[in-house]
Design a protein around this ligand. Structure first.
Ligand SMILES: Nc1nc2c(ncn2[C@@H]2O[C@H](COP(=O)(O)OP(=O)(O)OP(=O)(O)O)[C@@H](O)[C@H]2O)c(=O)[nH]1
Ligand SMILES: [Mg+2]
Length: 320
């Protein structure tokens, strides 16, 4: 199953304790103080990897800890530092520390971000040595490592997002334009999770269909729209089967706006899909209506090679 949202628990390593030790010198039972400091605990980092499926690896194991620092030892030896923990998360992750509300975004492969700090090591008795305190008995404990729950949301990095009613032909378009094999069906809500395809380096995403009331959870709701929050533009598919193409167009625009107004400000290309189902006259009539509300309107049909070619060319020219 594709997972695009998960809550994980991380803990940084605690610092090792400082210790009380004495130098061993010939003839003297207890030499001077020689207890070492504890080592620092390991930090927790997020590391961005190019693998959109990696969150599913954390489905069963949700707690991760960096290593604790080691205690100091005799002869003023500092304890070893705890090893850091690097949690691999997909490029496109939005990571929220649920204790502090602080959010970090992973936008580039290899990006590494500190999430939690390891505790400092405690101090050994050697540290407390002074002219008035030649035999210090004190040492301090290592600090606890930071610990928190994190929400990780994956926002796919997509150039063009396909939106529209269920059954509008979005997946068919993705499959026709790219080598993707998104599931196609003659019923609504065939697509349950986003699929991606590439067209000459442009990443296209097919997402589930939207219906009136999606903002209130109707159909599959509208949470998956997060995947098109960062797209350059939208491809809005309006099926030729709609008697009233303007109404179909407006309902989807309204649901987009209810999700996030900034999405509705993205450039939009409107496509009259399944154009093969219409006579020439009907097609021109519906295209003209759509041109009244959108700047760019194209007819499309998966069985009409010239329309497929013209549309693919228009996209690559516009966004390359
Ligand atoms: N005649 C014709 N049928 C098409 C065309 N494109 C898609 N279809 C059919 O329309 C139906 C729906 O296609 P999908 O690609 O699954 O539609 P979708 O928008 O992805 O649907 P959801 O995933 O359910 O939102 C399928 O039966 C397709 O075969 C087209 O250009 N012409
Ligand atoms: Mg689909």
């Amino acid at each position: 199953m594709f997972i695009d949202e998960i809550t994980l628990h991380f803990k940084a390593g605690s610092g090792g304790d400082g210790v009380v030790r004495w130098r061993q010198e010939k003839g003297i039972e207890k030499g001077g103080p020689s207890g070492g400091n504890g080592g620092k605990g390991g930090d927790v980092y997020a590391l961005a990897v190019r693998d959109i499926g990696i969150l599913s690896a954390y489905k069963n194991e949700k707690r991760f800890e960096a290593k604790d620092g080691e205690a100091g030892s005799k002869a003023t030896r500092q304890g070893a530092e705890g090893t850091d923990l690097e949690v691999k998360l997909p490029v496109g992750s939005r990571i929220t520390n649920l204790e502090t509300g602080h959010t970090i975004e992973l936008l580039k492969e290899g990006q590494k971000e500190l999430l939690l700090k390891g505790g400092r090591g405690g101090l050994g008795n050697e540290h407390f040595k002074g002219s008035t305190n030649v035999r210090p008995q004190e040492s301090t404990l290592g600090e606890l490592g930071e610990e928190a729950e994190f929400k990780v949301e994956l926002l796919l990095i997509v150039d063009l997002g396909l939106i529209g009613f269920p059954n509008a032909g979005k997946s068919s378009m993705l499959n026709t334009l790219t080598a993707s094999r998104s599931k196609v069906g003659d019923f609504p809500f065939t697509t349950l999770e986003p699929s991606l395809g590439t067209l000459y380096g442009l990443i296209l995403a097919d997402i589930p269909g939207l219906i009136e009331g999606a903002a209130e959870g109707k159909g599959l709701g509208h949470k998956f729209l997060r995947h098109i929050e960062r797209t350059k533009a939208l491809i809005h598919c309006v099926s030729a089967e709609n008697e009233d193409v303007l109404e179909a167009y407006r309902v989807v625009r309204k649901e987009l706006g209810l999700y996030n107004k900034s999405i509705t400000e993205k450039p939009e290309i409107v496509v009259l899909t399944k154009a093969d189902l219409l006579s020439h006259g009907e097609r021109e009539g519906r295209l003209a209506l759509l041109k009244g509300v959108a700047k760019e309107v194209y007819p499309f049909s998966i069985i009409d090679d010239s329309l497929v070619k013209a549309f693919a060319e228009a996209l690559t020219k516009k966004f390359e």
